[in-house]
Design a protein around this ligand. Structure first.
Ligand code: ADP
Ligand code: ADP
Length: 221
C-alpha cells in the first residue's frame, strides 16, 4: 500500500522527538530508515504501524486513515521476537488460521516457508526453546505468511547470527518483489540497508534529513 505522512509530530515529556512535515512511500517501496540512536526512527515506524499515537499530523494508507481492514493487512517485526506459546508451525500458521484460510492451504504455505527459511528441522519445537536467530526467523515467517500489504521491521536483525540474517534478508526482498509488499526497515547497519533497500531515509534529531535512492543517500557504506 501507499503511505502518505503529513505534519507528523511527536512530543514526549515536553520534548519534540519527531517532526516530519511530509513523507510519501509508494506502494512496493523497500525503504530503509537509518540514523543515530534517538533520532526518532522507532517512533516514526510505530506511528505508521498504528501502535503509537502521534501528537499531531496525519498518516494515510492508499488515501485513507487507518481502519480495521487496513490494519489487518499490515504487520511489524521488532528487535525482540514476540512469539505465541506453541510450536514453530503453530506460530507461523496462526495469521492464516485467524483469517480462516483452509487447513490444506495453510499446510501448503507453511511448509513452503519452513523450507525457504531453513526451519524444517525445528518445525515442532516450542517457541520458548528456540535460539534468538531461530525465534526471529519464525517471527518474520509469521509476519509475511499472509502476504501483508505493509511490512514494518524495526532493527530485525540486531544480535542475530549471520546465516539467519542472510535468510531473513532474502525473504524480505522476495516478499517485496513477488507480492509487492511495501517494506520499511529501520536498521543501524548501513551495509544491510545497502544490500536490501531500494531507497533510504536518513533521520537526525526527529527529522528526515535526506531521502532518496540508496546510492544517493548512503555515501560510503
Ligand atoms: P550509529 O547510530 O551507531 O552512529 P548509524 O548506522 O546510524 O550508526 O550511522 C553511522 C553514522 O553515519 C551516523 O553517525 C550518521 O551520522 C552517518 N550517516 C549515515 N548516513 C548518512 C547520510 N546519508 N548523511 C550523513 N550522515 C550519514
Ligand atoms: P531511534 O529509534 O532512532 O533510536 P526513538 O524513536 O526510539 O529513536 O526515540 C526518539 C526519542 O524519543 C529519544 O530521545 C527517546 O528517548 C524518546 N522516546 C522514545 N520513546 C519514548 C517514551 N515512551 N517515552 C519518552 N521518551 C521516549
Amino acid at each position: 500500500m501507499k503511505i502518505k505522512v503529513s505534519g507528523l509530530t511527536k512530543v514526549y515529556n515536553n520534548k519534540q522527538v519527531l517532526n516530519i512535515p511530509k513523507l510519501e512511500i509508494e506502494k512496493g517501496s523497500l525503504l530503509g530508515i537509518i540514523g543515530p540512536n534517538g533520532a526518532g526512527k522507532s517512533t516514526l515506524v510505530k506511528i505508521i504501524g498504528g501502535i503509537e499515537t502521534s501528537t499531531s499530523g496525519l498518516v494515510l494508507f492508499d488515501g485513507k486513515p487507518i481502519n480495521s481492514n487496513l490494519y489487518q493487512n499490515m504487520t511489524m517485526v521488532f528487535q525482540k521476537p514476540y512469539l505465541l506459546r506453541g510450536s514453530v508451525f503453530y506460530n507461523i500458521a496462526y495469521p492464516l488460521r485467524i483469517r480462516k484460510v483452509e487447513e490444506e492451504e495453510i499446510s501448503r504455505r507453511v511448509e513452503k516457508i519452513l523450507d525457504e527459511m531453513d526451519l524444517v528441522e525445528i518445525r515442532n519445537q516450542k517457541s520458548w526453546t528456540l535460539s534468538g536467530g531461530e525465534a526471529q526467523k519464525v517471527a518474520l515467517a509469521r509476519a509475511i505468511i499472509f502476504n501483508p500489504s505493509l511490512l514494518i521491521l524495526d532493527e530485525p536483525t540486531a544480535n542475530i547470527d549471520p546465516s539467519s540474517i542472510a535468510i531473513m534478508e532474502k525473504i524480505i526482498k522476495k516478499s517485496n518483489q513477488e507480492n509487492g509488499t511495501t517494506v520499511i526497515i529501520v536498521t543501524h547497519n548501513l551495509q544491510q540497508a545497502n544490500r536490501i533497500c531500494k531507497d533510504v531515509g536518513f533521520m537526525y534529531r526527529g527529522e528526515l534529513i535526506e531521502i532518496g535512492s540508496k546510492e544517493k543517500v548512503i555515501r560510503n557504506p
